[in-house]
Design a protein around this ligand. Structure first.
Ligand SMILES: CC(C)(COP(=O)(O)OP(=O)(O)OC[C@H]1O[C@@H](n2cnc3c(N)ncnc32)[C@H](O)[C@@H]1OP(=O)(O)O)[C@@H](O)C(=O)NCCC(=O)NCCS
Length: 177
């Protein structure tokens, strides 16, 4: 478990699977994630079984801590390229009423601390669609740099979007505990 001020990164849990089905069947969510197929309970159960066994990725549940209570608001992960010490970051605040309240940025900060201080990554990378302004703001606030643009590379909502590649080197990262 990794604790921040009001956010905790904890393990994935089987009991959370129905939440994943809800999140990843919502068009307003999946437009940012590139998913196009309906997700069944069986798909998510299979995803969960693979995720907890995968030695080249670490997945976390994002929990909001409110006094003594905690509840699930999303997932985040890092896929690991061990040779190059590169992490590829992914995040979903699945409960939409918690968007834009700073929790995503808080969770990414905890995940970056884990990448750099526990996994000894040298760099963390990610990709984001150009219309995902909320995510881009959050990444820039954490000092991610724009490294490249894959022009009109992703078809979504009836048009092509650019894919922005961003990266953060360990030297550029500001550890916030
Ligand atoms: C992207 C995501 C993780 C960001 O987490 P979040 O908790 O919503 O974001 P935060 O509140 O930490 O930060 C968002 C920033 O965007 C701003 N913002 C909020 N709503 C916004 C909107 N509708 N448009 C543009 N900016 C917005 C916030 O003000 C904040 O910036 P500020 O701190 O300078 O004020 C979350 O929105 C999410 O999971 N979205 C759906 C899935 C997704 O896009 N995943 C990432 C794929 S690359």
């Amino acid at each position: 478990m990794i604790d921040g001020k009001n956010i905790r990164l904890g393990p994935l849990k089987k009991e959370y699977i129905p939440h994943y089905v809800k999140w990843f069947n919502d068009p307003s969510m999946v437009q940012y994630l590139g998913m196009i197929r309906p997700m069944t309970l069986e798909n998510e159960e299979q995803w969960y079984e693979n995720a907890i066994k995968n030695q080249n990725a670490v997945h976390f549940s994002i929990l909001l801590i409110d006094e003594d209570k905690k509840h699930l608001i999303g997932n985040c992960s890092v896929r690991i390229d061990w040779r190059n010490k590169l992490g590829h970051l992914g995040i979903t605040i699945g409960e939409k009423e918690y968007w834009g309240k700073g929790y995503g940025t808080g969770a990414i900060q905890l995940l970056l601390n884990y990448c750099f201080q526990t996994l000894n990554m040298h760099k963390v990378e990610l990709q984001v669609y150009d219309f995902n302004t909320r995510a881009i703001k959050s990444y820039k606030k954490l000092e991610f740099k724009e490294e490249g643009i894959l022009r009109k590379s992703h078809y979504v909502n009836g048009k092509y979007a650019d894919i922005i590649e961003m990266g953060l080197l360990k030297d550029e990262w500001k550890c916030i505990q």
